[in-house]
Structure formats: structure tokens, C-alpha cells
Design a protein. Structure first.
Length: 733
């Protein structure tokens, strides 16, 4: 209203609080100190918010009652929250003291004639698999294999791989998986560091492996089919190692994790109790055996009477192959890392995989959007699991539901496992508060092979467990939710997960620092395109040089890195004058340039012809690159195995052709891939062309116009994401 003079007049004031912070604390001084604690109801539920308020009250009470007490020593948890954590960790279940070997033998006795393994056209019953593994185990014992010893296995995925892993376990030794596709330098390091007593490798694989002095080799196929058999040896005990798996190391060298039979038996018996495989189940083994998810893929079905279907070598990278084998082999159980699950659900055939009864997801954080997209495509239970290599595969579980919103939790602990979310002083934090996740219980690994100092650092004593028990410090940030489940929040260090691979950035930086002409190096994970995380290495020339020591083309440097690092750890390289830092001297990751901005391609040549233009536009769409030349290298532009699957899928949709995924790894430039695409198209057209009918003058069974119209419609209808279709027209005569 206005006063008599006509000016504005203030008649009252009303206000309300709002905050965009998760929690907001306002302190109002005065005769009495007043505190106003507020929170966002869309982020924190009432129970979690109440626990934070109670923690603040306990802190202020301690300040008033004992002001000399260090803040870090104040217990912020109420007795009720201590009770809840004990209740959530109440996972004790009696597990028999046994081994994988004994459990497999029991299953062979129950179902000797049932199908055990399937690989291509080769099928073994339980009795046949057991007999072959036992013959090889005797040969291994005769050559020194036994408890507390290691046998390296370097084989491509096959029936022989399954036989070999079982034989090593039967011999009493632990198996060390060695992927033949790893760089020679890395394989040489694994074999020298682990000191195996024997290497299992066929002649084809052995020819490509580096020579390791004093390491005898045995061809498992020849030994099984032609060996005379050695003596029986000591069976493994639950406390003996079952497998040894290497994982990335922050010091520049990978480290070996030793897992005992007791730990993996606890994990597999829990999994069977939870998900119940039956005799009519068929589990797809597709995870490379150098990663611990493969352990349950191999042995869970073989301990429960189900069939183990072994995927083709390299098949785990190709969603089109996976949808086909799931349908053809009536697969009921399969595992995906989230990034591969995303590629799988994009495949047009994914919705036809109706034989699936359960899908297990682990290896990296599962986005809510991907969970929902999968459940929209397939009405199949989706289970989100979590666990580091330093435990027997997985330690938590969560059943995904479409109606639940928000981040997908990693869930609750499995049998005989405890989870603790601790502050930097090792004290439990209140529900809803972030802390570092520690694991304890039966699933922990023994430790790192011959690395006692590192084992002591990462496996400290458990102050909450029985005397002498240990915990594992995961380095993962997490928090308890009010329902007792745990939510993963990120990392406390430079370890990252990309496409399910665990990577220490320090290992890559060490390798970069060894390159000639490199003064300083930093590696970061960038996500310039949503959902497309990639490694980028930034290189600074050596001091005192003008940068001429660094080649203008980074490809020779990437090739040198590939001699010691696996393909998934070789970053895109960017040359910079210096590494930007923040005010406190830390690397300023936000100030580092995006690779696309620095990739001013020299000698750019535009795509030539319709096929090259189509390939270039698909690349540009997948890589979010502004300009693609006909001689550009897909992987040098930041492509990786999963983005290659997207390229293959989009080309299949646009052209209606069956393009093998390995073609993209072999034909790395636009020009080369375009030639391969045209070759496949011509071959398919020739195969589909009907014999010429002299009476009608057209191909028998279908007219030329119909054939042309079909090809045109298929190509046009398949266009996606703004990628034009290539319309093929032709005549049969």
C-alpha cells in the first residue's frame, strides 16, 4: 500500500529457509547460541537426517562437558546406531571346511552323466571333465605342482582352459591366469614375479609368449590325451591358495592377490543359496580369466550340476555375438560390467534373450538410468554385486527394482562378511555420512604375494572382530543408508574403474615417465561425452628442451606403451607445455585441455565416397569428434573396445550387415574400415543373390526390384542418431 504522500510503505515481512546443500547448518549468536540444522528432503530421508542431528548434539555435548577432548575422539554414534551396525553385519552362517576340489568331486558323484561344459561343438559330461582334469593333475604333480605352489595357465578360452584350471586345483596348487593377449613385457613380469613351478600353454600360445628362464612348460592337451599319469598327491586344504590374480599397482608394477579355498567356497555357497542354480541352468563363461569375476563363472555351475557354456575367445567384447550365443545356447545366467551392459541393451536382439533367468552386474558403479533401461528391455532379475580383487570376488549384493529411484546401492554383506564405514581415525561414522569402506570376514584374501609390507598396510587388524582378525582397506568412499544397505560414492585415491577394469593411474604415469623426451606426465579420466570415460595422458617435454624430443605423432609413443601396458590402460596422449596446478599446488584437472581441442590433425584428408562418409559420421557420433579424416586412427582419437562395439552396432543397423567386431581393431582408419565394410556388403549380396532363371529373366524366387527395395529399406530404416544410411542399389542378371 502507499502512504498519503504517494510513496511505497513496508507493511510486513515474511521469510522461509531453503538450501541447495544436502545439509545446512546456521549458527545464530546471541545471549544463547542458536543452531538451525536443515536438509534437503529429496536427498536425505528422515531417519538419516535425524542421525546427523543426533551426531551434532553429541558433539556439542562433548564440547560442553569435556572441552579438552580432541574432536576426532568424540564418538558420534548413538548406542542405537552401534546396535544397527552390529545387526547389519550379523551375517554368520556355518560353512563346511572344504575346497573347490571336494565340492566338484561331490557333484561329479551326483550327476556323472550330466552335461558339464560346452565349447563350440565339444561337449563334456561331468565324468568326462573329471577324468580329463584328473589325468592332467597327475602330470602336474609329477612336475612339482602341489599345495602352496603356483601353476601358470596361458590359454585362450576353450574346453582345455576349464580342464586346466580344474587340474591345477586337483594337484593342490593355485592357478595363475596369464592372458596371452597381454603385452610380452607384462607377461614376462607376471611369470618372473609369481615364480610358478610350471606353465600350462599349448604350442600356439607358447610361440607368442616371452621366454622365461628355468620355467618348464606343459601342453595340457597333449598331456591329457597322451600322458601316462603321475602319482597321486596331497589334496588341498581350505587354507591353501586356490588362485593368484594380478591387479594394477600404484607403484608402476602390478601386484598379485592370493585367495584361499575357504574364501571362495564361502562366496560360492552363498551365491548358490541366494540365486539357486539348477540342473537345467546354463551359465555363460565370458569374462577374461585374469579377472576374478571369471572364478564364479567357471566354478559355480560346476559345483551345482549346471552346464558351463564357454564363449568364443574375444566374444565378450561383441554384444551381437553375445545376444546370438545366449539365444542359441539357451543361456540362463550371465554377467556384465555396467559399461558392457549398456552396449548389450543397445543391441536390437537383446530383448529376444528370453532364456535368461538372472543377470549379474559388477565391476563398476551401476547407473540408475542403465538399471532402468535394462529392466525395460528384459523382464529379468538384475543383481548388483560389489567386491575388490582382495576378497573372493564379491562381498555385497543388491536386487535391482524398477520402482526404486536414486543411486543403485552396492547392497548388504554376503555370508560371514562385515562392512565398516570409517572416518580417518578408524571410527564408524553415522548413517548417511561418507567414510572409507573396510571389509572383514571369511572372504578376505590372504594378502599380496611376497609383499608383506603392502599386505600389512592394506589388511590392518580388525578392532571390531575376534582377536587376530583382519580388515581390508578398500579405498572406496561409501555411506550406510537408513535401510542398512551401502552406497558407493567414489575413491579416496587415484585408483579408477573403466569398463570394469581396475586401474592405478600411477602405474600408467610411471610408464609414461620412462618414454624418451618426457619430463613430466599426468593421467586423468575424462568424460567429455556422457557415459564415455577414457584415459588421457598429458606429457610435458624434458626440462631444457623445446619439445623437439617428443614426436609430433603420438602413435609411436602409444605403441611403446602397449609393449608393457594392457590395451585398456594405454591412454590418449596430449602434449602440453606444463601441468596446471591449483592454489595449493595440486594438479588442476579442470584446466587440462580436452583431447579434441589439441588434436589439430596435420595432413587432414576428408572422407572419400559414401561409405567413408558414413563411417566417419558414425565415428564422429560415437567419439563426439568434430572432424574425422579418412586416415584418422579410431583408437588414437580416444576409441576403445566398448566404443568400438557401438560403432559396429550402428553400422549393422544402418547397413543391415553382419560386421565382426574384430574388423574395427584390424582396420583402424576410416578408409580401411570403409573398404572392409564394402567387402562384407558385396559378399552378403553375392551370397543372397538367387540363381538366374532363363525363362523369367530374373533371379529365381525374388525379383531384382524386390531385392533392391529390400536392401534400400533395410539400410534406410536402420539409420540412427542422425547417421545417414547408405542405400545400395543394383541389379541381378
Amino acid at each position: 500500500m502507499r502512504d498519503l504522500a504517494g510513496g511505497p510503505r513496508l507493511t510486513g515481512v515474511e521469510g522461509s529457509d531453503a538450501t541447495h546443500y544436502t545439509v545446512n547448518l546456521i549458527v545464530l549468536p546471541g545471549e544463547r547460541l542458536r543452531l538451525h540444522l536443515d536438509h534437503r528432503t529429496d536427498v536425505l530421508d528422515a531417519r538419516t537426517a535425524r542421525s546427523l542431528g543426533e551426531a551434532l548434539e553429541r558433539l556439542l555435548t562433548a564440547v560442553a562437558d569435556a572441552p579438552a577432548t580432541p574432536v576426532g575422539e568424540v564418538d558420534l554414534l548413538s548406542e542405537e546406531q552401534h546396535r544397527l551396525i552390529r545387526e547389519w553385519n550379523g551375517t554368520a552362517v556355518p560353512v563346511p571346511g572344504t575346497t573347490l576340489v571336494e565340492l566338484f568331486a561331490q557333484q561329479v558323484a551326483r550327476t556323472p552323466g550330466a552335461p558339464a561344459t560346452v565349447f563350440r561343438d565339444e561337449r563334456l559330461s561331468y565324468a568326462e571333465l573329471d577324468a580329463r582334469a584328473e589325468r592332467l593333475a597327475r602330470e602336474l604333480r609329477a612336475r612339482g605342482a602341489g599345495p602352496e605352489r603356483i601353476v601358470a595357465v596361458a590359454l585362450h578360452r576353450s574346453t582345455e582352459m576349464v580342464v586346466s584350471l580344474l587340474a591345477v586345483l586337483k594337484s593342490g596348487a593355485a592357478y595363475l591366469p596369464v592372458d596371452p593377449s597381454l603385452p610380452a613385457d607384462r607377461i614376462a613380469y607376471l611369470l618372473s614375479d609369481a615364480e610358478p613351478v610350471l606353465l600350462l600353454a599349448d604350442d600356439g600360445v607358447a610361440a607368442a609368449l616371452p621366454a622365461v628362464a628355468d620355467l618348464p612348460r606343459l601342453d595340457p592337451g597333449a598331456a591329457v590325451h597322451g600322458g601316462s599319469g603321475g602319482a597321486a598327491g596331497q589334496a588341498p586344504l581350505p587354507s591353501h591358495p586356490a588362485y593368484v590374480i594380478y591387479t594394477s599397482g600404484s607403484t608402476g608394477r602390478p601386484k598379485a592377490v592370493v585367495v584361499e579355498h575357504a574364501a571362495i567356497v564361502n562366496r560360492l555357497l552363498w551365491m548358490q543359496d541366494r540365486y539357486r542354480l539348477g540342473a537345467d541352468d546354463r551359465v555363460l563363461q565370458k569374462t577374461p580369466f585374469g579377472f576374478d569375476v571369471s572364478v564364479w563363472e567357471f566354478f559355480w555351475p560346476l559345483l551345482t550340476g549346471a552346464a558351463l557354456v564357454v564363449a568364443e575367445p574375444g566374444g565378450h567384447k561383441d554384444p551381437s555375438y553375445l545376444t546370438r550365443v545366449i539365444q542359441e545356447e539357451s543361456i540362463t545366467t550371465v554377467h556384465f560390467v555396467p559399461s558392457m551392459l549398456a552396449a548389450f541393451v543397445e543391441d536390437p536382439q537383446a530383448g529376444r534373450c528370453r532364456s535368461l533367468r538372472r543377470v549379474v552386474c559388477s565391476g563398476e558403479a551401476l547407473p540408475e538410468e542403465l538399471k532402468n533401461r535394462f529392466l525395460d528391455v528384459l523382464d529379468v532379475p538384475l543383481h548388483n554385486l560389489y567386491g575388490p580383487t582382495e576378497a573372493a570376488v564379491d562381498v555385497t549384493h543388491w536386487d535391482c527394482r524398477r520402482e526404486e529411484t536414486g543411486p543403485v546401492p552396492i547392497g548388504r554383506p554376503i555370508w560371514n562378511t562385515s562392512l565398516y564405514v570409517l572416518d580417518p581415525r578408524g571410527r564408524p561414522v553415522p548413517v548417511g555420512v561418507a567414510g572409507e569402506l573396510f571389509l572383514a570376514g571369511a572372504g578376505l584374501a590372504r594378502g599380496y604375494l611376497r609383499r608383506p609390507a603392502l599386505t600389512a598396510e592394506r589388511f590392518p587388524l580388525d578392532p571390531f572382530g575376534p582377536p587376530g582378525s583382519r580388515m581390508y582397506r578398500t579405498g572406496d568412499l561409501a555411506r550406510h543408508r537408513a535401510d542398512g544397505s551401502v552406497e558407493y560414492l567414489g575413491r579416496t585415491d587415484d585408483q579408477v574403474k573403466i569398463h570394469g577394469f581396475r586401474i592405478e593411474l600411477g602405474e600408467i604415469e610411471t610408464a609414461l615417465g620412462r618414454l624418451p623426451g618426457v619430463g613430466r606426465a599426468a593421467v586423468v579420466v575424462r568424460e567429455d561425452v556422457p557415459g564415455e570415460r577414457r584415459l588421457v595422458g598429458y606429457l610435458v617435454p624434458e626440462a631444457g628442451t623445446d619439445g623437439s624430443a617428443l614426436p609430433p605423432d603420438p602413435e609411436p609413443m602409444r605403441a611403446e606403451l602397449a609393449r608393457s601396458l594392457p590395451e585398456y590402460m594405454v591412454p590418449v596422449l596430449v602434449f602440453v607445455d606444463g601441468l596446471p596446478v591449483t592454489a595449493n599446488g595440486k594438479l588442476d584437472r579442470r584446466a587440462l585441455p580436452a583431447p579434441a581441442a589439441t588434436a589439430a590433425a596435420t595432413g587432414y584428408e576428408p572422407p572419400a565416397g559414401e561409405t567413408e562418409e558414413l563411417v566417419a559420421m558414425v565415428w564422429a557420433s560415437v567419439l563426439d569428434a568434430p572432424r574425422i579424416g579418412r586416415h584418422d586412427d579410431f583408437f588414437a582419437l580416444g576409441g576403445h573396445s566398448l566404443s568400438a562395439t557401438r560403432v559396429a552396432a550402428r553400422l549393422r543397423q544402418a547397413l543391415g550387415l553382419d560386421l565382426p567386431l574384430h574388423t574395427l581393431f584390424e582396420q583402424r582408419t576410416v578408409a580401411a574400415l570403409a573398404v572392409a565394410v564394402e567387402t562384407v556388403l558385396l559378399a552378403e549380396l553375392e551370397a543372397e543373390a538367387a540363381p538366374f532363371d532363363a525363362h523369367t529373366g530374373i533371379g529365381a524366387g525374388i525379383g531384382a526390384e524386390t531385392a533392391t527395395a529390400t536392401a534400400t529399406a533395410t539400410a534406410t530404416d536402420g539409420a540412427t542418431d542422425g547417421v545417414p544410411s547408405l542405400v545400395l542399389q543394383g541389379e541381378t542378371s
